[in-house]
Design a protein around this ligand. Structure first.
Ligand SMILES: [Mg+2]
Length: 301
């Protein structure tokens, strides 16, 4: 049994002990990131959530830029794997760069880009887009034309204050007539500048309830989204750790895909969300700023 088994197999229950020789993890608390576990032993790259990890609302998380710079210096490949559906990848790239984190569009994966790729694979060229104007740019760049009727699919993302009855009702009429629905994400909420705020999930749920049909999830925790990110990195699941503030979408989703899952106590983190995890995360860190210390101390006790 390899060292990575510590991450989610051996320590799958609170009273289990890691049996890997030399592993300093002896208790659930150790394993939850207070100590230094061997769960990171085979990690060569990272997937990094943005909202709640790199930034909270419009404020950068202290130390995030330094951690990203260290990852680059240390030669760890990484991608930003966001569930943000309000901004295009170009917009996210500009925002990260403005925070002192130079990040080209190719280093950023979003559900909108994944949905546009999925639509093209299926031969769909016209979409009813319940998205922000900025995100529509991602679809136009991929050759998907926004349209109001006779479309191939409906795409629902987080529109913030632009959600309206008229738009959702138009989407509902298309959905109940049989048009497939792609949900860019189904997150319940996120932490904005002024507090927890509705994400796209509640609106997708309303559409599903009214139309009596399920949307197809594109963003986290959809396994296809994680697998696309792994392919972009060129690494196997056991070589990658996902860092996120959402215990379910980020951490459990990544662990289900065979990756290590690091939960950070920033953004939307709450002890209740951690307690609700089916299995504990590989590690729980105060913030992404603690990643370097955690990685450099791995396996040394
Ligand atoms: Mg997040």
């Amino acid at each position: 049994m390899g060292k990575q088994a510590c991450a989610g197999t051996i320590m799958g229950a609170a009273d289990e002990k890691c049996t890997v020789t030399g592993c300093p993890v002896k208790t659930r608390e150790d394993w939850a990131g207070i100590g230094k576990g061997c769960g990171m032993a085979g990690i060569r790259g990272f997937l990094i959530d943005i909202d709640g990890v790199i930034s909270t609302g419009s404020d950068p998380v202290p130390g995030a830029a330094g951690t990203i710079a260290w990852l680059q210096e240390a030669g760890y490949p990484f991608r930003f794997l966001s569930n943000s559906t309000r901004r295009s990848v170009q917009g996210i790239s500009r925002r990260l760069t403005g925070m002192g984190i130079p990040a080209g569009p190719d280093s950023i994966l979003t559900p909108a880009v994944a949905a546009a790729s999925l639509a093209r694979q299926r031969g769909w060229s016209r979409a009813f887009l319940v998205t922000t104007e900025d995100v529509k740019e991602d679809f136009l760049r991929a050759g998907i034309v926004p349209c109001g009727e006779a479309c191939d699919c409906i795409v629902v993302g987080d529109c913030g204050k632009s959600f309206s009855y008229d738009t959702l009702n138009a989407a509902f009429r298309l959905a109940i007539a049989g048009t497939p629905v792609l949900a860019l994400e189904k997150d319940r909420y996120f932490r904005d500048d002024d507090g927890l705020s509705l994400s796209a999930g509640p609106f997708v749920a309303a559409l599903e309830y009214a139309a009596g049909r399920q949307a197809e999830l594109v963003g986290k925790p959809a396994q296809s989204y994680f697998l696309a990110a792994l392919a972009s990195l060129g690494l196997a699941p056991g070589e990658v750790a996902m860092i996120g503030d959402d215990a379910i979408s980020d951490v459990q989703g990544a662990m289900d895909a065979g990756m290590a899952g690091i939960l950070v106590r920033t953004g939307k983190y709450s002890p209740d969300a951690l307690a609700a995890c089916r299995r504990p995360p590989t590690a729980v860190l105060p913030s992404i700023a603690a990643l370097r210390e955690y990685m450099e101390g791995r396996g040394t006790g």
